[in-house]
Design a protein around this ligand. Structure first.
Ligand SMILES: O=C(O)[C@H](O)[C@@H](O)[C@H](O)[C@H](O)COP(=O)(O)O
Ligand code: SF4
Length: 604
């Protein structure tokens, strides 16, 4: 079934806009692909260094140019529960490569930051920039030119986008992304949030809070809320970079290991040395990107992808804009209710039918491009499946269930939770901004209240503790953009603003910073562009100004005259405290050269 004509029109518009950059990119990909395998162009000394630590069989294989060599880019560390399982993946991949007559080598490790550990602390000011560091580290690994394809081990927030930018920069190489899978279900996310609010109100102590948090985040695997990490998994599957059904299988299970080995074999099968050469730079095109945006809106995915998807697309020469995202949002129904957009977690989503059911529903509704290339072959329909193990312990796939296993978690397109997607673009005299409404009650989609201006999230917390916030207000937190302090997530504010909202106050947040993909119930206009440090009007808002956030009309306004706004001086904020400590002194160039949020906030 072909996609709805409005989806086709948006895709055509993106294709037309991207033509100059996309054609130049594809020329570079084809140029790089012309010498295959690249390692045969290396000198003997270079090559000997490249396989010095291999066994005799691998050395013999790599000395020639008929055996494919798989580069592994791994973001393993023990800090992220989602990445800890990757400790054992390289051995599995190497074993699978041998079984498939190929070789696999770890090409490089890339850093991975846990936004949950750094949330609310200085480390969060490195978070967004770590995406581009990951892309650079990926390039360092692949620059050895020893590889015919690469597999990318990454799950969390900035890691998959960084790996994707790196993979597309080596667009002549086939790329398969290998997920680690979600943590098993622990304390429900809404119960965790309830205990946090009790703690913030002084009704429970630190011991009770730590006990609740530890029952929620309790083992290896991705945290089970639908934040940026799980949005990444959804994107990699709907864009055809995972194997069908790979995203949400728990780590440490036979099916997980079978999927990992299958991914390694698939990557070796689609190199230029075989008959299904699938360079990722050609495989990912405007249709794949639009499919990603559709999936993001259909699932109420992370607002961080209104930044990362733009940067990822740009790495393939494709120019994606917030207007594209907004127009797709207006066409795509919300089909998933996973926390913070509901009470279920990602394991419940998978059990209800998961990605296979979602993709089938969106394909049948004409909301996805079916005629795309994927790492699995031609077309997206083969992803409308659910994976399992056969008797021999290999991956088998059967059609996704006709009916959702739980229509309160995963709905058919005919019974969508909301007729449009979870992500909106707001425009007006404060600038452009993003809001995720899938987790905000309809009665809170419009908030008009006096502004209270803060230069940091800490200042708002202080005002809360001093009892100054028991009122209707819109918090304006500015100088939180990429150039100011690395555009941190201000997700810790969710608890305090949630308490005030639950007390019946009309509250909202407006910031040039970010929120977490796990943020939700408080109406928040985020990624305000231009940022204050770039002269954005958000830097001119004063305490008491009336601000109106209207997610229905798609507007964000400070209700003063244009003349008064233009006549106001930009506030000045001392940012020297954001330039040193926790490694921030090493990121001055990133702050200086970071692009706008609506253009991907990239340093490239
Ligand atoms: O974008 C995201 O999804 C968040 O950055 C997420 O990865 C982060 O870990 C949150 O902080 C988790 O939520 P809590 O901080 O509420 O545990
Ligand atoms: S989902 Fe967030 S908190 Fe969980 S491991 Fe990943 S980065 Fe850390």
């Amino acid at each position: 079934m072909s996609a709805d004509k409005r989806i086709l029109e948006i895709t055509d518009r993106i294709r037309e806009r991207s033509k100059p950059t996309r054609e130049a990119y594809l020329e570079r990909v084809r140029q790089a692909a012309s010498n295959k395998p690249k390692r045969s162009l290396l000198g003997c000394g270079n090559l000997a260094h490249g396989f010095a630590a291999c066994g005799p069989a691998e050395k013999a294989d790599l000395a020639g140019d008929v055996v494919p060599n798989l580069g592994i880019i791994t973001s393993y560390n023990d800090m992220l529960s989602a990445h800890q399982p990757y400790e054992t993946f390289p051995q599995l991949i190497k074993q699978a490569a041998r079984e498939a007559g190929g070789v696999a080598q770890v090409a490089s490790g890339v850093p991975a930051m846990c936004d949950g550990v750094t949330q609310g602390f200085a480390g969060m000011e490195l978070s967004l920039f770590s995406r581009d560091v990951i892309a650079m580290a990926t390039a360092v690994g692949l620059s050895h030119d020893m590889f015919d394809a690469a597999v990318y081990l990454g799950v969390c927030d900035k890691i998959v986008p960084g790996l994707m930018i790196g993979a597309l920069t080596f667009g002549h190489l086939p790329a398969v992304f290998i997920p680690a899978g979600p943590m098993t279900t622990g304390l429900p996310n809404d119960e965790k949030a309830r205990i946090r609010q009790l703690y913030a109100e002084g009704k429970v102590g630190r011991a009770e809070l730590l006990e609740a948090e530890s029952k929620s985040y309790h083992g290896p695997g991705t945290c089970t809320f639908y934040g940026t990490a799980n949005s990444n998994q959804m994107l990699m599957e709907i864009m055809g970079l995972h194997l069908p059904g790979a995203s949400f299988i728990n780590p440490g299970t036979p099916l997980r290991d079978a999927l990992t080995k299958e991914a390694a074999k698939r990557a070796l099968a689609i190199t230029a040395l075989g008959n299904e050469y699938t360079p990722v730079g050609e495989m990912i095109d405007e249709r794949s990107i639009v499919n990603g945006v559709v999936g993001l809106n259909a699932t109420g995915g992370s607002t961080n992808h209104t930044i990362h998807l733009i940067a990822m697309a740009a790495a393939a020469g494709i120019a994606l804009t917030w207007r594209d995202i907004a127009e797709i949002s207006d066409l795509v129904p919300l089909l998933a209710r996973v926390y913070p957009n509901g009470l279920a977690d990602v394991n419940h989503f998978h059990a209800a039918g998961g990605m296979g059911f979602l993709i089938r529903e969106l394909l049948d509704a004409g909301l996805l491009h079916e005629d795309v290339r994927t790492v699995w072959g031609e077309g997206l329909r083969p992803y409308a499946i659910e994976p399992m193990l056969d008797d021999a312990g290999n991956v088998a796939r059967q059609p996704a269930p006709e009916k959702s296993g739980d229509e309160k978690v995963l709905a058919p397109a005919t019974q969508a939770f909301q007729p449009t997607g979870g992500i909106r673009v707001l425009t007006g005299n404060i600038g452009n901004a993003i809001i995720k409404i899938s987790a905000v009650k309809p009665e809170r989609h419009v908030v008009e209240a006096p502004a209270l201006v803060f230069d940091s999230q800490a200042a708002l917390h202080e005002a809360f503790k001093a009892g100054k916030l028991d009122r209707d207000f819109i918090a304006i937190i500015r100088f939180q953009g990429p150039k100011a302090n690395g555009m941190p997530e201000l997700h810790k504010l969710t608890t305090v603003l949630g308490i005030l909202q639950d007390r019946g106050h009309r509250v909202a947040l407006v910031t040039d910073g970010r929120m977490s993909g796990a943020s939700g119930k408080v109406p928040s206009a985020i990624h305000v562009t231009p940022e204050a440090l770039d002269g954005g009007p958000i830097g001119k808002i004063r305490d008491g100004d009336i601000v109106r956030l209207d997610a229905r009309a798609g507007t964000l306004e400070v209700l003063i005259s244009a003349a008064e706004l233009a006549g106001r001086e930009m506030d000045k904020v001392d940012l020297s405290g954001n330039q040193f400590g926790t490694g921030r002194e090493l990121f001055a160039a990133f702050r200086q050269f970071a692009g706008r949020a609506d253009q991907g906030a990239s340093v490239f």
